[in-house]
Design a protein around this ligand. Structure first.
Ligand code: AMP
Ligand code: GLY
Length: 422
């Protein structure tokens, strides 16, 4: 098969490594890719926002499957335009990507199809939103309806905080994404991320992970795209996986089909596991970053038939076959991230880290300058290790971090603390 992978982050490097292992693969192209993906296939300077150019490339290179990594091309309808041109793609259509793009849409779907989630209200003016927040009381969660780069959620522990969040969102802090506000019940429990591959009709349990969203140790400081992760999430036992598939994923697929927007691709459920079971916090319509970097090394089968079946239909029901080990990744970020990451600092010693047993380093924001490797983003490298226990995986990942010579970088030193504390 000829495969075109869209994206340039650590998630896409992890996908490229997994796809490159497939005996079914003839050629892998990555658009635009990064210095890490060069070793897995051919990086091509193709602008994913130019759908006509992507279609033309697929025809010229006889692409059998396009795999879309990030959400922006999904929300822009790349998969729709590929389908019109007769090119199979892994990822939802624009209409199905609303599961990520509109929190109000997803909450209404939950209500109609009995999917467990927090009680909520949808508001398009501040006065009604304030009245609802006062009636419910704190703690309460205030969210911008649309995509706000992970910053549109305020977990308000007091009523004044909730009121300030409502005013901030309606005040235009997130532009059109904040034209509507969702106010939601505060859920208690342990958070986990669960991933299911979907073909519009059927779903297959893929894997679970836990992320670390805050920039600082002990889960402090501002939110980021994710500073590290591990898979599996210990709270996601096989019985809990089965409940999530039956109570959340299956009714979502039924609901999306009923709405004329069958969901194909990967459904990424942000969950709160409480005393009475799993409840949905939010959906994403794509693989997680850095969750993918810890799930894919555990995959004990060829990923390509799974991606192709999700895109074309005929997905099997049996869960993905996974190695029992734990994978843990540490995000190595440029100093100044998330506000103002410093670019252009030199990174040395990656080959030493990569030579360590069970270690994989993926590139997220690097660029080559002759034979030097430079930082070129916020999250720059992901250092991933596999081992029999989370404690051992953590020790291996930090041992690998420590042989990388990058004075311009920093990382959290406590990735995995929650699982180890268990
Ligand atoms: P989101 O962007 O929706 O993933 O929200 C960011 C974070 O806010 C989540 O990872 C949770 O930690 C927290 N959060 C969101 N919604 C709720 C809720 N209803 N109850 C408790 N915490 C929440
Ligand atoms: N790591 C969180 C995300 O990919 O949305």
């Amino acid at each position: 098969m000829n495969i075109l992978l869209i994206g340039s982050g650590g998630r896409e490097h992890a996908l490229a490594i997994a796809i490159a292992k497939s005996p079914l693969l003839k050629n892998l192209f990555i658009a635009p890719g990064n210095p890490g993906t060069e070793a897995c296939g051919r990086n091509v300077a193709l602008d994913a926002a130019d759908h006509a150019a992507v279609v033309a490339f697929c025809r010229a290179e006889k692409i059998d499957l396009v795999v879309v990594g990030p959400e922006a091309p999904l929300v822009a309808g790349l998969v729709d335009d590929l389908a019109t041109a007769g090119v199979a793609a892994f990822g939802p259509t624009k209409a199905a990507a609303r599961l990520e793009g509109s929190k109000g849409f997803t909450k209404d779907l939950c209500r109609e199809f009995n999917i467990p989630t927090g009680a909520y209200g949808r508001f398009s003016d501040a006065a009604t939103a304030h009245a609802y927040a006062r009636e419910k009381g704190a703690p309460i969660v205030v969210k911008a309806d649309g995509l706000a780069a992970g910053k549109g959620v305020v977990v308000a522990m007091t009523l004044p905080e909730a009121e300030a969040a409502i005013d901030m969102i309606f005040g235009g802090a997130f532009g059109a994404a904040g034209a509507e506000v969702v106010i939601e019940e505060f859920l208690e429990g342990e958070e986990a991320s669960f991933f299911a591959l979907c073909d519009g009709e059927r779903a297959l349990a893929f894997a679970s992970a836990q992320d670390h969203k805050r920039v600082g140790e002990g889960d402090t400081g501002p939110n980021t795209g994710g500073m590290g992760a591990y898979s599996p999430a210990p709270v996601m036992t096989p019985a809990m996986d089965a409940r999530v598939m039956a109570e959340i994923i299956a009714p979502t697929l039924r609901g999306m089909k009923a709405r004329g927007a069958p969901f194909r691709g990967v459904l990424f459920a942000g969950l709160m596991i409480g005393n009475d079971g799993p409840r949905l916090i939010e959906f994403n319509a794509r693989f997680g970053d850095p969750e993918t970097q810890v799930m894919l090394p555990r995959l004990d089968e060829d990923i390509v038939p799974l991606l192709a079946a999700a895109a074309r239909g005929g997905l099997r029901a049996e869960p993905a076959r996974l190695k029992p080990q734990t994978a843990l990744t540490v995000v190595y970020a440029a100093k100044g991230y998330p506000d103002a990451p410093e670019r252009g600092t030199e990174i040395r010693g990656l080959d030493r880290a990569e030579a360590m047993p069970g270690v994989v380093v993926t590139h997220a924001g690097t660029k080559r300058d002759g034979d030097r490797l430079l930082a070129n983003g916020g999250r720059v490298l992901n250092v991933t290790a596999m081992a029999d226990t989370v404690r051992e995986a953590q020790a291996r990942a930090y041992a690998a971090v420590d042989v990388i010579d990058w004075p311009g970088g920093f990382c959290r030193r406590d990735i995995g603390w929650r699982a180890i504390a268990r």
